[in-house]
Design a protein around this ligand. Structure first.
Ligand code: ADP
Ligand code: MG
Length: 439
């Protein structure tokens, strides 16, 4: 492939990534260049290490998905510093320090009755680590601002003291780093990295459930940091006692400090959030429009932002002014388009790719476990995203009858209730499937 072709494919990838993620695009995508492009992987050169850390943590999944769509191959994407001559320098070898989302600051956080306590306690903690609420435990449903607040604390701590050492990790990163340390026989290194910090911030600790060995490690990490008078901040989707199979000794420690709940935002708060997000993107939003969006989307702030993105994407692609009618068309169109045009094959393709199985297997009669679950997920998604009957869905997926499809849908729906990972996976697959129909 010629250099020109590579450049042009890369330009497509960036353009699509930009459309899918306008917020991050504004700050991070301008200076990217392609530095390596072979059959299996794409290396993307970034101006500095901070960009690499941020992009690796926040944009890799999107870039990978888009690169795979555009190239038609299962390529991987790596962000590297500079020209790529020194390639191999990935996030692993960078100095520690969390990659913070630039927009997740206290200034950009709208305070209302639903999140006032959580916000105030985060501010207090960031002003004097270890001295007020320790640990600080935030909980609430997905999309209500937990991650935003955790990043805001880190921004503020950094602003006040550049030398403060903070570790901000998702629970999964904690577990993965722990496992890697065991594999590499470097538990001491792992301990010294985590136990000596001024603040340890762990997002989504509900993922510790059913991770016995990691819970044990987490317990000792917690004690070491706490006994040193350092700060611990945690988030989860439910209060400590309601996290399934979390050891009692962890539950009790998580309750030692302050446990702050975040509720879904009120109508007024939602309006203010829409205004804030619009402002951040340099968009003009009338009161009427903000009220309209706030009425349409109620439970999840991420979806409020999604609505805003959809409206402005439609305005840009149709070169139409942003009016209330356009907003209505955009949001209603989103639902109508999605239900009318998605086919079972669209679903099967995305699911097959995700599980790395063959299309023909999903559509065939094999019953092995590795195929059964993806197939059930296809059935569930087909049921929720298309108007096909149970018989039609069964017909596309191995000639199953309608009771099998019904059974699969109920099973997945039930498991989704108790399994946040499955819930997140279904949301991600749905996003991938519907994305092509939005713009
Ligand atoms: P969670 O971690 O609870 O699932 P996030 O922190 O990821 O939620 O928030 C989802 C999106 O909603 C983010 O873009 C975040 O900036 C935004 N958001 C949530 N709460 C607020 C708020 N009070 N003010 C402004 N933006 C918010
Ligand atoms: Mg979060």
């Amino acid at each position: 492939m010629s250099a020109r072709e590579v450049e042009s494919i890369f330009a497509d990838i960036v353009e699509r990534a930009r459309a899918a993620d306008p917020t991050n695009a504004r700050k991070w995508f301008d200076e990217l260049k392609v530095v390596r492009f072979d059959g299996g992987s794409i290396g993307i050169g970034c101006p500095d290490e901070a960009s690499v850390r941020f992009l690796e943590a926040n944009c890799k999944a999107n870039f990978t998905r888009i690169a795979q769509q555009i190239t038609g191959h299962l390529v991987s994407v790596d962000f590297l510093v500079g020209s790529g001559a020194e390639s191999g320098q990935t996030v692993e070898t960078l100095p520690p320090g969390p990659a913070l989302h630039p927009d997740y600051t206290f200034d950009n956080f709208v305070v209302g009755p639903s999140n006032r306590l959580a916000h105030a306690s985060c501010v207090a903690v960031s002003q004097s680590l270890g001295a007020t609420y320790n640990p600080l435990f935030l909980y609430g449903n997905a999309g209500l601002g937990k991650t935003h607040l955790l990043h805001a604390v880190c921004h503020e701590v950094r602003r006040r003291s550049a030398g403060a050492s903070i570790q901000l990790l998702s629970c999964e990163e904690f577990v993965n780093r722990f496992i890697r340390a065991i594999e590499q026989g470097n538990i001491t290194g792992f301990h010294s990295e985590l136990r000596t910090v001024d603040a340890l911030v762990i997002d989504d600790v509900q993922f510790l459930r059913e991770r016995e060995q990691s819970q044990e490690e987490f317990f000792h990490t917690f004690n070491a940091i706490y006994n040193n008078g350092r700060q611990i901040i945690l988030s989860a989707d439910s209060p400590p006692a309601e996290i399934p199979s979390l050891e009692d000794r962890l539950v009790s420690r998580f309750n030692w400090g302050l446990v702050a709940r975040i509720d879904p935002p009120s109508y007024e708060t939602r309006i203010a959030i829409v205004q804030k997000k619009a402002h951040l993107r340099g968009l003009q939003v009338s009161d009427e429009m903000a009220e309209y969006i706030a009425r349409q989307v109620q439970a999840n702030i991420r979806e409020l932002e999604g609505a805003l993105t959809t409206i402005y994407a439609l305005a840009t692609t149709t070169r139409a002014p942003v009016t209330l009618e356009l907003a209505q068309r955009a949001l209603e169109g989103q639902i109508r388009l999605a239900t009318r045009r998605i086919s079972i094959m669209d679903i099967v393709e995305v699911v097959a790719k995700h599980f790395d199985v063959r299309l023909t297997d999903l559509q065939g009669k094999r019953r092995s476990q590795s195929i059964t679950v993806p197939r059930q997920i296809c059935m569930y998604l087909a049921r929720s995203l298309t108007k096909h009957s149970l018989e039609e869905i069964g017909g596309h997926l191995g000639g199953r009858d309608h009771t099998t499809v019904m059974h699969a849908c109920t099973k997945i729906a039930e498991e989704k209730q108790s399994d946040p990972k499955l819930q997140a996976l279904l949301a991600e697959l749905t996003k991938q499937i519907t994305q092509a129909f939005l713009i």
